[in-house]
Design a protein around this ligand. Structure first.
Ligand code: IMP
Length: 225
């Protein structure tokens, strides 16, 4: 079975490939020559992951089932596509930032912090987002939250959605430098260290993404039976 993962993130691709059962090959967007920007205009994680999967499926199949990439000589014969979307859902903020997790601080321009030496734009975004999370929870007793990943699989014309959740809480300050995004302020349930401090092997076993991919694998395995 040959599937496209609607991502070019090398880290995610590696993680997902390592979890796939034998007989499932995963291609990146780059490997199928997909170079378009996809507008994530949805208002939920479910909508955004579906928008991404549909855009890539449309690209592969030329919109009418007469596959540009899938048909003819040398066609890649792609069986399906899947895309993920992740959000941080904070209890005390009624599930925010949710679908806005990646660009949370940008909703409040005054929050932009100075770019420190050696920081890329992406690092600055992560830095500002974490600062916003700490500020929003200042003085709040309930620091509970969860990371939720939704994966939309389109295969044989059918759409299936699965999700993975890791519950935890927002730390009082940043700890550790591992991982990315909100990792230095997220303490998963059952641990007293942040994802920024825990070894990657632990994070990769219990993370929202790993759990969503586990659910995806269950769906794929059913089609082998
Ligand atoms: P995406 O849908 O995977 O691009 O994730 C959206 C945003 O959620 C990212 O830009 C990060 O800010 C945050 N995020 C996703 N996964 C993680 C994670 O494993 N650790 C920390 N932050 C994450």
């Amino acid at each position: 079975m040959r599937l496209v993962f609607a991502s070019n993130n090398a880290h995610k691709l590696e993680e997902v490939r390592a979890m796939m059962p034998a007989g499932v090959e995963v291609l990146s967007l780059r490997e199928i020559g997909f170079e378009h920007e996809i507008d994530e205009t949805g208002t939920t994680l479910e909508e955004n992951s579906a928008i991404k999967s549909e855009a890539v499926w449309e690209f592969i199949n030329g919109g009418n089932g007469d596959a540009a990439l899938n048909g003819g000589n040398g066609g890649l014969m792609i069986d399906g596509v899947f895309a993920d979307d992740t959000g941080l859902e904070i209890n005390a903020l009624c599930g925010e930032p949710g679908v806005y997790t990646a660009r949370w601080y940008k909703l409040e321009p005054t929050l932009t912090l100075p770019k420190e030496k050696g920081m890329t734009d992406e690092m600055l975004t992560f830095h500002c987002n974490r600062a916003k999370a700490l500020r929003e929870l200042e003085g709040k007793e309930d620091r509970g939250c969860q990371f939720r990943t939704v994966i939309t699989l389109i295969r044989k014309g059918e759409t299936t959605q699965v999700e993975g959740i890791v519950r935890g809480r927002i730390a009082e300050q940043e700890f550790g430098e591992g991982g990315f995004g909100y990792d230095p302020v997220f303490i998963p349930e059952g641990y007293d260290k942040t994802f920024g401090e825990l070894p990657a092997e632990i994070k990769n076993q219990i993370s929202h993404r790993a759990r969503a991919v586990e659910e995806l694998v269950k769906v794929l395995k059913k089609s082998f039976i």
